[in-house]
Design a binder for this molecule. Structure first.
Ligand SMILES: Cc1cc2nc3c(=O)[nH]c(=O)nc-3n(C[C@H](O)[C@H](O)[C@H](O)COP(=O)(O)OP(=O)(O)OC[C@H]3O[C@@H](n4cnc5c(N)ncnc54)[C@H](O)[C@@H]3O)c2cc1C
Length: 421
């Protein structure tokens, strides 16, 4: 420590800790120039600290602590989309869905709270700020982004029209607007065409808002403009749940084609619908970085991957997990993203250690809250056959119940721990 006084050292090291250097390079964008963290051993870089990415980072560290793991995620805390529809009905706060990344830091995961701006597969590095970070294997789990251009008038107003399809400030703002809406007002929700994040999510949201309005604003309506021909998941169970909500006006095959915020109207092929509060969930594709890095397939929307290792069909050494993948036959769910994160992590560790890659078929359990205390669920089991994920069976709960809601709570606690502890 030549030339550095004890006081200077303590000051700089405590500053370093404050910036998150103990767990990475958080908040240091200005210092990210050139190769800002030269690689000295084997390294996995993960893009995105959501359901897929956080799980992958955790499992690589658990399976082989000698592998260095960097997780690059702009948000300083994890916010869960599952259960976020309950924020709209006032049954939960966004704070109760927000978790720190401390558990992953304790496992030695190094954080960079920035966005990756480019992937350079040939050089095996990602661009962050003005610098780059090298990897041996890359996990890409950026979730979804929106196809704003598919709805006329939307690109110009996209910052003011709420999707609330990424839990956070938009969820809180939508809840506020619903609470402020006068009794007798129309809440309009638009469902995008498949494939989109969380097939049952919009229908759970309809239940939660309808429950809130029935309880607090009995003259108000929930008008649903669904681009699909029918409820796309748990159809009969949602239909049964909606019996309790005469305030739902459900219109199938009503794809939104345009919006005019000055007249507070959305357009479909047949109709114009006035709204007091609008929740427009646009059509979706893989997160922008996956599109930009040309990891998406011919549809220019979703990434094709190997069903065992989750390695990209287009780029060697890059594994894509979560909603950004084509998904089928698995749904775009947090549960599946978590399963994919584990399988990709253990494949990567095996590949880096010259071992046989384990075969880990995914599974999916998805709960939907249909009132303040009851839920429904679907369970899907899969196998891997000839290198492809194939569904074995699907089971639905016989009816909505408070005990299914209790199981949903248990699922939430255990899967959060499986990602973040
Ligand atoms: C209302 C709602 C309810 C839901 N309910 C359920 C449920 O009950 N059960 C269930 O299983 N699933 C549910 N889901 C689906 C679930 O949230 C998603 O399937 C899951 O989040 C997908 O995980 P992911 O890792 O692909 O994406 P995400 O969890 O969205 O994580 C992506 C992360 O990548 C980061 N990122 C993006 N681009 C970059 C970049 N360039 N550089 C660095 N970081 C980047 C983002 O900031 C984000 O944190 C629900 C979704 C919604 C919207």
């Amino acid at each position: 420590m030549k030339g550095v006084t004890r006081r200077q050292f303590l000051r700089s090291s405590s500053l370093g800790l404050g910036l998150g250097l103990a767990g990475g390079l958080a908040g240091c964008a200005a210092s990210m120039k050139g190769d800002f963290a030269p690689k000295s051993g084997r390294r996995v870089v993960v893009i995105g600290g959501g359901w897929g990415g956080a799980t992958a980072a955790r499992y690589v560290r658990m399976a082989d602590p000698s592998i260095e793991v960097y997780l690059i995620e702009p948000n300083k805390e994890f916010v869960s989309c599952p259960f976020s529809n309950l924020v709209l009905s006032g049954l939960r706060t966004i704070e109760s869905l927000t978790q720190p990344y401390d558990g992953l830091r304790r496992r030695g995961v190094k954080f960079i709270h920035e966005s990756v701006t480019a992937i350079e597969p040939d050089a095996k590095r990602v661009r962050v700020g003005e610098g780059y970070l090298a990897y041996d294997r890359l996990v890409v789990s950026p979730g979804i982004d929106f196809q704003w251009e598919q709805i006329e008038g939307l690109p110009a107003v996209k910052d003011t029209v709420l999707h609330a399809w990424k839990a956070g400030p938009q969820t809180v703002e939508l809840a506020r607007q619903i609470q402020a809406m006068p009794d007798g007002g129309n809440f309009v929700l638009t469902v995008p065409p498949v494939a989109y994040r969380c097939p049952p999510g919009p229908y759970e949201r309809i239940c939660q808002v309808a429950w809130y309005l029935k309880t607090n604003k009995p003259k108000s309506k929930v008008i649903v403009l669904d681009a699909n021909q029918n409820i796309v998941s748990k159809t009969a169970l949602f239909r049964a749940a909606w019996q309790a909500y005469p305030n739902i006006d459900y219109r199938a095959s009503n794809k939104v084609t345009g919006i005019d915020t000055s007249t507070r109207e959305v357009r479909t092929d047949f109709d114009k619908v006035k709204y007091d509060v609008l929740n427009l969930i646009p059509p979706q594709r893989a997160g922008a970085i996956a599109v930009q890095a040309d990891l998406v397939g011919a549809d220019k929307r979703w990434c094709e991957v190997d069903h065992v290792t989750y390695e990209s069909a287009k780029q060697k050494g890059i594994h894509v997990v979560g909603d950004a993948t084509i998904g089928l036959p698995v749904p775009k769910s947090g549960n599946v993203a978590n399963n994919m994160g584990k399988a990709a992590a253990l494949s990567i560790v095996s590949l880096l250690n010259g071992q046989t890659v384990p075969i880990m078929p995914p599974g999916n359990t998805c709960y939907s809250w249909v009132s303040d205390r009851e839920a429904i669920a679907v369970v899907n089991a899969y196998k891997i056959e000839n290198g492809k994920v194939v569904q074995i069976e699907q089971k639905l709960t016989p009816a909505q119940s408070a005990s299914v809601a209790q199981r949903a709570e248990g699922w939430r606690q255990s899967i959060w721990a499986d990602m973040l502890s």
